[in-house]
Design a protein around this ligand. Sequence first.
Ligand code: KG4
Ligand code: ZN
Length: 332
Amino acid sequence: MVILGIDTSCDDTGIGIVDGRRVLANVVSSQAAIHAPFGGVVPEQASREHLMVIDTLLEQALEEAQLPLEKLEAVAATYGPGLVGTLLIGLSYGKALAWARNLPFFAVHHLEGHIAASVAAGEVFPPFLCLIASGGHTSLFEVKGWWDYRELGRTRDDAAGEAFDKVARLLGLDYPGGPALSVLAEGGDDAAHPLPIPLRKQSGFDFSFSGLKTAVALLLRQQPDIRPADVAASFERVVAESLVTVTVRAAAATGLTDLVVGGGVAANRVLRRRFQLSGLRVHFPPAELTTDNGAMIALAAGLWGGRSAPDHLGIDASPYLPLATIKGAGAS
Ligand code: KG4
Ligand code: ZN
């Protein structure tokens, strides 16, 4: 089935086209430069930018896939979680397109899109663990089957990417700070500062990064002459350590040995190296599918499989959306 997928949950406009599990097109328009002067995403501005580029992006996606509009067989769009104003742009656009062309419409949970990106990671099939670490989310899932997920843990405060962005800002780096902080850290000593490992004593699978960010802020205030590269390297090591320790504990508890890592933070080289040493079979989907994009939303809809097409035209945008509320999850 040729499916068009749209994601406008935050500051990237993503449109992708897939045919089954094959990605035919995946175009993303990033708003990072627009929000950079503000140090974070400005929701109203983000909505307007989505609206301005979405038509052109659809044309680009069709061109990349070398398909006319008439060849689309279904449309999918993210309905949550995310910023309500930005969600509404992609969701309304997708619904209108599906309705006008009389195509089935799938409302997709954003995190389910991230999980579905794993089908492009090669030979990985459920059951497996899936860690999503991005600017908006940090959650660990047990993927028992397609459309059968259990969230084992999540961040209690900031997402991992959000912590990278905030600490980068403290170090005077531009938004989004994750990649810049990582480059800075390459020249630093990661053992220079013994920052606290978050939730060190828990036996569960949650994450927490705001205390770590505060510890960095205090360090910078107390030692104004500190080497920024050392701070960056120490912070990066602790974030990676935290993500890997909790995930390895979850693997032991569930007996699962395959892990898929998604979300923007999956690009982090220290985290990748640390996971490669974890003893788990780790799969990283291609970079363009780990950050927010439309193809992953279409892939998620495709995993609906041979079931009858859902009637999702009546589903509204939902900014706070637990994964358990996926429409159709568990249904047959
Ligand atoms: O998944 P994503 O593109 O968008 C969402 O937030 O949903 O993730 C973006 C986040 C940002 O916080 C960014 O700083 C972080 O991922 N990020 C990184 C790296 N590349 C992107 N964090 C650490 N190291 C990186 N190399
Ligand atoms: Zn995301």
